[in-house]
Design a protein around this ligand. Sequence first.
Ligand SMILES: [Zn+2]
Length: 126
Amino acid sequence: MNQPTCGHCGYDLTGAESNRCPECGLLFIEAGVEIRRQSLSKSRRSRQFLVLGLLVFFGLSAAVAGMAYFRAQALRAQAIAAQQAALARQQAAIQQARQQSSKSNDQSQSDGGDRRERVSDSVGEP
Ligand SMILES: [Zn+2]
């Protein structure tokens, strides 16, 4: 796409039907016609770069957002799983401690809470 311009005033002659510049009135053979090809392709290229950059930017941001979303979801799932595992472990430990303390009534030294309860009971009795 070449853009003819008046060699005298630089007016854009695209679509000019006469052999005179509509801006300064000079004949084309007098003023000369310059073909502004480079600048146009440059601006077009810069616009293409802009569009490309925007596309890349949006694509990257979308990818980053998606990755962050999925990573957050994965992290949340991991955290929930770890929490549940810890909870299950805790409950199992508590159950085990309870079973142990109920099995060995008098000699239970490991379970402090149970012992304190018993101590307070024995204190409250008299
Ligand atoms: Zn002109």
